[in-house]
Design a protein. Structure first.
Length: 128
């Protein structure tokens, strides 16, 4: 599981930097400033949660029992949350299709639940 999250963290980090580069050098001249801000928000959450998944990879190596399940859940929630939250912001900013703006809260909720899973993992680790 640890190597799976390490690979995912690398992919999220790479694609997050790529999205930021595209925002800075390609699309900024083609979309409105408010849509560019929306896109940049997606990039920020994308990159922060790439680091979170990297942390999950490190925690997965040392956790066991209930803690391990919570850490794994956090990793998957962060991954899916980035895909839904950041991905929907990217598509919305580039296409102005409003339905994608309504997907972002689902992804954001997944990101928050991922953090809650890490809190639970911390308490589980303390009680071991």
């Amino acid at each position: 599981m640890r190597s799976r999250f390490l690979i995912i963290a690398g992919l999220l980090g790479f694609t997050g930097v790529l999205a930021g580069t595209v925002a800075a050098h390609v699309i900024q001249k083609h979309i409105t400033p408010d849509k560019l801000e929306t896109f940049k928000t997606g990039v920020q959450y994308h990159l922060w949660h790439a680091l979170a998944v990297l942390g999950v990879a490190a925690l997965a190596a040392s956790s066991g029992g209930r803690c391990s399940r919570c850490v794994s859940a956090a990793g998957w929630l962060f991954t899916l949350g980035v895909l839904l939250f950041s991905g929907s912001l990217y598509v919305y900013a580039l296409s102005d299709v409003k339905v994608f703006a309504h997907v972002a809260p689902v992804g954001g909720t997944m990101l928050m639940i991922g953090w809650i899973c890490l809190i639970v993992a911390g308490f589980a680790k303390r009680s071991e």
